[in-house]
Design a binder for this molecule. Structure first.
Ligand SMILES: Cc1cc2nc3c(=O)[nH]c(=O)nc-3n(C[C@H](O)[C@H](O)[C@H](O)COP(=O)(O)OP(=O)(O)OC[C@H]3O[C@@H](n4cnc5c(N)ncnc54)[C@H](O)[C@@H]3O)c2cc1C
Length: 471
């Protein structure tokens, strides 16, 4: 399969002007062209250069999205969907200009079917808003990227978070999507049934498509019952390797851990300072179990024994909600805590994922590389999935340091791929990881991805310059 389109090009000034005139006629002051708002909609949170769109349109309905897409399609102007802009690989940048479609005003929880454990939401609903809405019904949605991301953005990046080891990633928790296609037509990918073998799995095609195939305007999600009891705590280890080996043993022995998160020593120091914690300054695992009171007690005890086998502990666990909330907020703030370690630098945030049996090896080699390269790079990991993140703090005024950091990032991905892993477990490809896609998937798979892109989006208006390598 060798379907390769012509390279994307920036539309002419006349085409942009015509599209903006038509959008302003339809949307009035919902079309914003101020520099600050355009730059905010190309925010990358990391070191990638800000590439603002020509305008931002705030939409309120599927019909609004259809109207924007139809106008942009007519003038061959790119459209970039925007949820909360918390993605980390330049996904919302607009390298070819065009229109950012801001979906944050589409924040209605359309329906909750408690008896079926599912709900239907508009794409601008954030994960925290949804969980606040569901709490009274004893239900929750478990996916929790560190940011309070929008559910549309979470679908589009195939994100996960701390609970994925127990509840799966976004690909496991989406039942159906409503999507506005690049010609403005509306498509439903599936129905509410928990399973279906009726035709191609279009839902999963759009999960992780980063706005390159269409704009998601409604999401049907699986929900879960709030567990009767939750236990959790922090367990220190002498080394990262010991913490990884304890994690591997926990997973391989079938202990149903709900969260198991690694912070290396430097990340622990950063989180102590940023989140006012007093954790022992050595590698730590944050661990949590969900179930009945007896079940979580038994599982916590068993985890404590496993930790001891690898020289870790004590594992002090508790079931008090306030302590847990503080701890997990600190975990979610880990990225910002890491960034605060070297003020004035920018973060190159990266994540890789390997099969769990290779985790200790991959992380140990990576730590050796960090020391040899002389970079500041705290490690945070959703290690139960074999997934870990590094926040490389780089002085962007020092070209030699930038080169060293980029070479280190490249070696990290090569290491993960050599261990049959992936260049990104959850942050997605955006602009930052395009260069690794061919090495990960091979020519034939990239050709198939281009064929899909061409079939859905023949004029290349949907978030051009993301995911797919040009050659
Ligand atoms: C501090 C911090 C911690 C993080 N931790 C994690 C983590 O633990 N796990 C994890 O997986 N991620 C993590 N992330 C990354 C981020 O939160 C996720 O990528 C998130 O899923 C993006 O959601 P968003 O609403 O911000 O999307 P945006 O950044 O607005 O958009 C992301 C991509 O999705 C597309 N998109 C957005 N909405 C739609 C839509 N309705 N239809 C079609 N395409 C759409 C955009 O065009 C873009 O390509 C973290 C980020 C930060 C800043």
């Amino acid at each position: 399969m060798s379907s390769r389109p012509a390279p994307f090009v920036r539309p002419s000034t006349a085409a942009i002007a015509a599209a903006l005139a038509a959008l302003s006629a339809r949307f009035g002051n919902k079309v914003v062209t101020s520099q600050a708002v355009r730059e905010q909609h190309a925010n990358t949170a990391t070191w990638l250069t800000n590439e603002p769109p020509d305008a931002v349109v705030f939409v309120a309905s599927t019909e609004d999205v259809q109207a924007v897409v139809r106008i942009c399609a007519e003038h061959r102007v790119p459209v970039v969907a925007f949820g909360t802009g918390s993605s980390l690989e330049g996904q919302v940048n607009a390298p070819f200009g065009g229109v950012s479609i801001d979906l944050s005003e589409m924040k209605e929880v359309v329906a909750v079917h408690a008896e079926d454990l599912d709900c239907v939401v508009q794409p601008g609903v954030t994960r925290k808003q949804l969980n606040d809405y569901l709490r009274d019904q004893g239900l929750f949605f478990p996916l929790d990227p560190g940011a309070d991301a929008s559910l549309g953005g979470m679908v589009a990046t195939r994100c996960s978070g701390t609970n994925a080891v127990r509840y799966g990633t976004m690909k496991d928790n989406v039942l159906a999507l409503k999507v506005v296609l690049p010609d403005g037509e509306v498509m439903n990918t599936a129905r509410r049934a928990k399973k279906s073998s009726a035709g191609y799995d279009l839902t999963r095609l759009f999960v992780g498509s980063e706005g390159t195939l269409g704009i998601i305007t409604e999401v049907t999600l699986k929900l879960h019952g709030i567990p009767e009891a939750i236990s959790g705590g922090v367990c220190p280890f002498p080394t990262v390797e010991a913490a990884c080996n304890a994690t591997i043993m926990t997973i391989q022995s079938g202990l149903p851990v709900a969260r198991i998160e690694l912070l290396d020593e430097i990340q622990v120091k950063a989180s102590n300072a940023y989140s006012k914690l007093t954790l022992p300054e050595s590698p730590c695992l944050f661990v949590e179990f969900h179930g009945t009171a007896a079940g979580v007690a038994e599982q916590s005890e068993r985890f404590g024994e496993i930790a001891t086998e690898f020289g870790g502990g004590p594992f002090e666990w508790a079931t008090k909600a306030e302590d847990r909330t503080r701890l997990w907020q600190a975990r979610h703030d880990g990225f910002w805590a890491g960034c605060a370690l070297r003020p004035g630098t920018k973060a190159i945030s990266t994540d890789v994922c390997v099969p769990i049996s290779r985790l200790a090896e991959c992380l140990t080699e990576t730590q050796r590389d960090i020391a040899a390269t002389g970079v500041t790079a705290p490690v945070l990991g959703h290690v139960g999935d074999g997934n870990f993140h590094l926040t490389l703090l780089v002085d962007l005024t020092d070209p030699e340091e930038i080169a060293r950091a980029k070479a280190f990032s490249g070696r990290l991905v090569e290491r993960a791929l050599a261990m049959e892993g992936t260049c990104t477990g959850e942050h997605g490809v955006g602009q930052g990881k395009i260069k690794y896609l061919k090495a990960e998937h091979g020519e034939a798979a990239i050709g198939a991805m281009w064929a899909i892109k061409q079939a859905f989006d023949p004029h290349g208006i949907m978030n051009p310059g993301k995911i797919l390598p040009l050659c």
